[in-house]
Design a protein around this ligand. Structure first.
Ligand SMILES: [Zn+2]
Length: 328
């Protein structure tokens, strides 16, 4: 089973949840897997079409539990697509109307005239529980996640513009960045990097998938660490030590001449860690910072420390400067 199917399988088995959340999940599933057919005289029919029978069952249960709707289920065999089978859930006219009114996808005026609307669902915008339910429903309906063994990529293929806008707003509200691109004419909203994807899996409630992802991530890091260690030849480690020596010397100079307390907090932390861990690389020091700082960030900080030390050197009397030059 692929990592994506595994995560979906886990989500499909989650309890249906609170009344508000059931509606939010149904809203996402209707927008991603549902279709509307206009049948004249203001009648509309909602149909869901999904590949996964367990997902069809979940939609069936959500409809029945939350709205008392019983959908008709049948299967469609695709002769062209290698005999693959789709599950189709069909709602009657009255049930379709009940659903669309509940989801605020339809409005009915006092005279009974009906108008369809494409608006963002209300609950997920204000309630965190519903935000999770909507993101889960959207993932089940149009999402996928790459196996962490191969890479870090999570996406929703969202053709509908209002669905895209809803997802964007929910990601922003969840503190996650929005990445979008068009691939072979399809609009894709995606997450990248292990952290963003783990956050999303946790948000949706896929606890086992999160653990699996963390395990694979740690194994990969250890493997990369072992490779790095064996690639690190004598020359490299010698160069790293020399660099570290120069850095420590610069920091000591700042400390003696001005005091480390005169540095801004970020630089002070950098200086302190460099003095405490003389054998670590700059990238490793970055990982010890709170919060962790990337390689370019630590390089930047170290450069500023070296600049400050150089400024101090220029103000020192010539004798001291010569003494310094002789030592290097
Ligand atoms: Zn809720």
């Amino acid at each position: 089973m692929s990592f994506s199917s595994m995560a979906k399988d886990e989500l499909i088995r989650l309890p249906l949840g609170k009344e508000c959340c059931m509606l939010s999940e149904l809203s996402a599933l209707t927008q991603t897997s549902g279709s509307l057919a206009l049948r004249g005289l203001g009648r509309v029919q909602v149909t869901y079409r999904v590949e996964n029978a367990a997902l069809a069952r979940r939609i069936f249960l959500l409809l029945r539990t939350r709205l008392g709707i019983t959908a008709r289920l049948h299967f469609v065999q695709h002769t062209r697509l290698g005999g693959r089978r789709s599950c189709v859930l069909t709602l009657g006219d009255q049930d379709s109307q009940t659903l669309l009114l509940a989801l605020h996808m339809m409005e009915q005026d006092e005279e009974g005239h009906i108008a369809l609307r494409r608006t963002a669902p209300r609950h997920p915008m204000t309630r965190q529980c519903c935000r999770r339910a909507f993101l889960r429903g959207a993932f089940l309906g149009c999402g996928s996640v790459t196996s962490p063994e191969k890479g870090y990529h999570f996406e929703w293929v969202a053709e509908d513009q209002s669905l895209r806008q809803t997802l964007e707003r929910l990601l922003e509200k969840s503190g996650l960045p929005v990445h979008e691109h068009v691939r072979r004419g399809q609009n894709v909203i995606y997450l990248k990097g292990a952290q963003e994807i783990t956050d999303m899996l946790a948000l949706m409630g896929a606890t086992h998938a999160v653990l699996e992802m963390e395990n694979i991530r740690i194994t990969k890091q250890m493997r990369a660490g072992a490779n790095r260690a064996s690639n690190c030849d004598e020359h490299n480690s010698e160069r790293m030590l020399n660099a570290a020596d120069g850095q420590i010397e610069a920091i000591k100079l700042i400390s003696i001449q001005r005091g480390l307390f005169t540095l801004p907090p970020g630089l002070r932390e950098m200086a302190r860690l460099r003095l405490e861990h003389t054998s670590l690389s700059l990238a490793e020091l970055g990982q010890l910072m709170e919060p962790p700082v990337g390689k370019s960030g630590v390089n930047h900080r170290m450069r500023r420390l070296m600049d400050i030390a150089n400024e101090i050197r220029l103000t020192l009397p010539p004798v001291a400067r010569e003494g310094k030059e002789e030592r290097t």
